[in-house]
Design a protein around this ligand. Structure first.
Ligand SMILES: [Zn+2]
Length: 112
């Protein structure tokens, strides 16, 4: 992914609107590209500050920088979870096929 693509995804990242694959590529880039990280951080902090104003939560002492790190951690966790889920359903499919194959062999053996 290049910087232009990453920058175009900043907003969607903040809105949590990226697909798992996009999210993974995006985080990969952002974590290795200080200029995009800065960009993301700026947008994220502005967004978080606005939301805090909307909610009028008294907790304005919240460290906004930490908030982004927290969000990235959570996003990574989400990617892992989705990958795990996908792997599981893959395994489930293989088990199903293997099971069907076994069943077929069993039927054939019975009829022989
Ligand atoms: Zn970049």
């Amino acid at each position: 992914m290049n910087c232009q693509t990453a920058e175009s995804m900043v907003n969607r990242y903040i809105e949590h609107d990226l697909s798992v694959n996009e999210l993974e590529d995006f985080l990969d880039h952002v974590e290795n590209c200080p200029s995009c990280y800065d960009e993301l951080e700026t947008y994220f902090i502005v967004h978080a500050a606005m939301r805090q104003l909307d909610e009028e939560s008294g907790d304005s002492s919240l460290d906004l920088r930490e908030l982004l790190e927290d969000d990235i951690r959570r996003s990574k966790h989400y990617i892992l979870k989705m990958k795990f889920r996908r792997a599981l359903s893959g395994v489930g499919f293989c088990t199903l096929i293997a099971g069907l194959g076994g069943f077929l062999i069993y039927i054939i053996m019975q009829t022989l």
